[in-house]
Design a protein. Structure first.
Length: 406
């Protein structure tokens, strides 16, 4: 088969920014990841072999001068030395072990230096998703013009309500071509509404998490970090101060830029204990990715007021499994209490309702970390505000629960 991933930047920005922070702060750290299919999908025979083939193709990817020039313009906060690192970066298939059991379930394990393997997650997930929809014949059902029209109508409804929406769908997209139609549609709807409504237009589409599509359409690449940044630090130092250390390392790397912190790796209470006035002022805002959105908003506003800050001056990005309808309802409920924006992935890049196609429900989660090659492996986990998003072995979850609540 032809390669599915053909551009080094066909990935989400947060993988690149995390890689930069990891090289800067933890250059010798090593990690282990594991693929999780929440739907327990039975894949076609030979699927694992095709995934291996696609991962081998990644070894041919190169970061280009054109991609660097674009990122220098749009990602001003990335230090120059990191581009030198990316030009020398090479994927290695040996970092990944793929197998498929007799029942057809897919197993993927990743191990290596953190700054190397961190770049694999989004690419592998998008490979698995596109391959699956391709081999089942579902991908062939989707008419790209129809998908554009569907996305354009959706974009107009959300943006005309005053929502600021970014596209976050690379990991579970049906394909790059489908994701591109969605991004094009949101760009066009944003442009058209600006012309039609003028100063009355309050919405916006700043860009997409996918760096390649941002480059192709000259919009802003959107993203900061994933839970794994805090989770790995918790594995190295313990969960009590993990958010504090993560915020400290992040601001040292990006010097105050990229200031939206993903706080819920171990729940709001654990984060709140680490969220001082200093960090509340340094970071522009927070991202809500689990729990009840309005309950989380109340906690965030209360914490800012406790620290002597006006919540309406801060940003809150909502990204917790949002659809068009839930995002619109949430924006109405927020009612200006914070500067709200919305990162929406699956329901933009993998909306199969017209064709009866269900999106993939797959993730790759961090299981273990060690600070250097000579250290012993430490288990880690993610606890979140939603039970369904908890990942990790029961023993480490019990230990972290004890440490956080003693």
């Amino acid at each position: 088969m032809n390669p599915i991933i053909t551009h080094f930047t066909d990935t989400d920005l947060y993988k690149l920014t995390m890689c930069c922070a990891i090289v800067n702060c933890y250059p010798r750290a090593m990690v282990r990841y594991r693929f999780v299919d929440r739907n327990d999908t039975v894949y076609p025979a030979g699927f694992g072999t095709l995934v291996e083939e696609q991962i081998a193709y990644l070894e041919d990817l190169r970061f280009t001068e054109e991609e660097e020039q674009f990122m220098r313009q749009r990602c001003y906060y990335i230090p120059t030395w990191f581009y030198t690192y990316l030009h020398g970066f090479r994927f290695k298939k040996d970092w990944v072990k793929v197998s498929q059991d007799a029942e057809g379930h897919l197993h993927i394990d990743i191990e290596g230096y953190w700054h190397d393997t961190v770049l694999l997650e989004v690419m592998i997930l998008s490979i698995v998703s596109e391959l699956h929809h391709m081999l089942t014949g579902e991908l062939q059902k989707i008419d790209l013009q129809e998908y554009y029209n569907l996305s354009y109508a959706k974009a107009r409804r959300m943006l005309s309500e005053g929502l600021v929406v970014s596209e976050f769908g690379t990991r579970r997209r049906f394909s790059l071509a489908v994701q591109e139609q969605a991004v094009r549609a949101f760009i066009d709807a944003d442009r058209d509404l600006r012309k039609e409504l003028g100063e009355d237009y309050k919405g916006g589409f700043p860009g997409t998490s996918n760096v390649w599509l941002a480059y192709k359409y000259n919009v802003v690449p959107i993203g900061t970090m994933a839970h794994e940044f805090v989770s790995a630090i918790a594995g190295m130092y313990g969960p009590q101060e993990a958010n504090h250390i993560a915020m400290d390392m992040w601001q040292k790397t990006f010097i105050g830029s990229l200031g939206i912190f993903l706080y819920d790796t171990y729940g709001f209470d654990a984060f709140s204990a680490n969220f001082s006035e200093h960090f509340a002022r340094v970071f522009a805002g927070l991202r809500v990715d689990s729990g009840d959105n309005l309950e989380q908003l109340e906690k965030i506003c209360s914490k800012y007021r406790e620290l002597g800050l006006d919540p309406s001056t801060k940003q809150v990005v909502f990204s917790n499994a949002l659809s068009e309808q839930t995002a619109i309802q949430l924006h109405r409920a927020v009612a200006g209490r914070v500067h709200d924006s919305y990162g929406i992935g699956t329901s933009i890049a993998a909306d199969g309702a017209l064709w009866g196609i269900q999106p993939s429900n797959i993730v790759i989660k961090l299981l273990g970390v060690k600070m250097t090659e000579k250290r012993l492996w430490n288990k880690t986990c993610k606890m979140s505000e939603d039970f369904g998003k908890v990942t990790g072995d029961d023993d480490i979850i019990r230990v972290f629960n004890f440490l956080l609540h003693r």
